[in-house]
Design a protein around this ligand. Structure first.
Ligand code: PEP
Length: 249
């Protein structure tokens, strides 16, 4: 069975109730490719608003979750609380959290495990910095990030993971990876899935690309055999997000 195309929209720390309502209403009233799975990720404060407004076909993702079930963890949100708010997805390991908030591979892997154990699906973000790419360390870095998750997850749990390859140098910079650069890393990730998890994961786990995806570059990227969709930041706040969802039609 072919892998279902997946487009995520990461609003990051942008928007207030009025603008988020506008974005969701626009998506609800747009013609979206029925073969694309769409998941939007507003700031935590607007998760319940977004879930209540969005068409049930549109998934909603938190931008973070904590690895402990409850307790004295001021400012954190638990898996149970997300499930209670009818949220089914979470973005984990975004480079802004890895780089700015110094989240480690191990912490990210523990959060991924806690999320999946508690019934959430995970958009698991990985990717290299410019310095790492220039030092020819791209595959080494993404392999290290994936290996940390593989230590925590059972083989079956990979069915709940969408891997987002997001080169850090391409996020929010307007510098998109070339189709060849994206395909090369996606193919390496798929090979890693086969070697480290199993052939089922290799065939079925979706690997999406993120980093300055726009309505202008999405179609060409979407032609690549191992690009199963996108994680979109800036452009997910604009009406052009609909064109990215529809990149394959
Ligand atoms: C992101 O936030 O995951 C992202 C890819 O951002 P942008 O599309 O703005 O580069």
């Amino acid at each position: 069975m072919p892998r279902q195309f997946f487009v995520g929209g990461n609003f990051k720390m942008n928007g207030v109730a009025e603008s988020i309502t506008g974005i969701v209403n626009n998506l609800n009233s747009s013609k979206l490719d029925p073969n694309t799975e769409v998941v939007i990720s507003p700031p935590a404060l607007y998760l319940t608003l977004t879930r209540s407004l969005a068409d049930p076909k549109i998934g909603v993702a938190a931008q973070n979750v904590f690895d402990k079930p409850n307790g004295a963890f001021t400012g954190e949100i638990s898996v149970e609380q997300l499930k209670d708010a009818k949220i089914d997805w979470v973005v984990i390991g975004h480079s802004e959290r890895r780089v700015i908030l110094k989240e480690t591979d191990e912490f990210i892997a523990r959060k991924t495990k806690a999320a999946i154990d508690g019934g959430l699906s995970v958009i698991f973000c990985i990717g290299e910095t410019l310095e790492e790419r220039e030092a020819n360390k791209t595959i080494e870095v993404v392999t290290r990030q994936l290996n940390a998750a593989a230590k925590e997850l059972s083989k079956e749990q990979w069915a709940k993971v969408v891997i987002a390859y997001e080169p850090v140098w391409a996020i929010g910079t307007g510098k998109v990876a070339t189709t060849e650069q994206a395909q090369e890393v996606h193919a390496a990730i798929r090979e890693w899935l086969g070697k480290t998890i199993d052939s089922h994961a290799q065939e079925t786990v979706r690997v999406i690309y993120g980093g300055s995806v726009s309505e202008k570059n999405c179609r060409e990227l979407a032609t690549q055999p191992d690009v199963d969709g996108f994680l979109v930041g800036g452009a997910s706040l604009k009406p052009a997000f609909v064109d990215i969802v529809n990149a394959r039609i």
